[in-house]
Design a binder for this molecule. Structure first.
Ligand SMILES: [Zn+2]
Length: 62
């Protein structure tokens, strides 16, 4: 499994969170939780933006 390192595009904070317990890694498809905050649009009901927990800046995501 590839370590999916993520950084904030604004302040370059490390967005990799806690390690996901081994038994749950498959369900999440990742080894670590992420610290970025998903912003859902009311219209589309899916995450359209991400927010950095450190600098509070937002960016378009997928
Ligand atoms: Zn940031």
């Amino acid at each position: 499994m590839i370590a999916n390192k993520e950084y904030c595009p604004y302040c370059n904070a490390d967005l990799q969170g806690e390690m996901i317990p081994q038994e749950s890694q498959k369900a999440y498809g990742a080894r670590h939780f992420t610290r970025k905050i998903g912003i859902t649009s009311i219209d589309i009901d899916r995450i359209t933006k991400w927010r950095c927990p450190d600098c509070k800046m937002e960016w378009e995501g997928n």
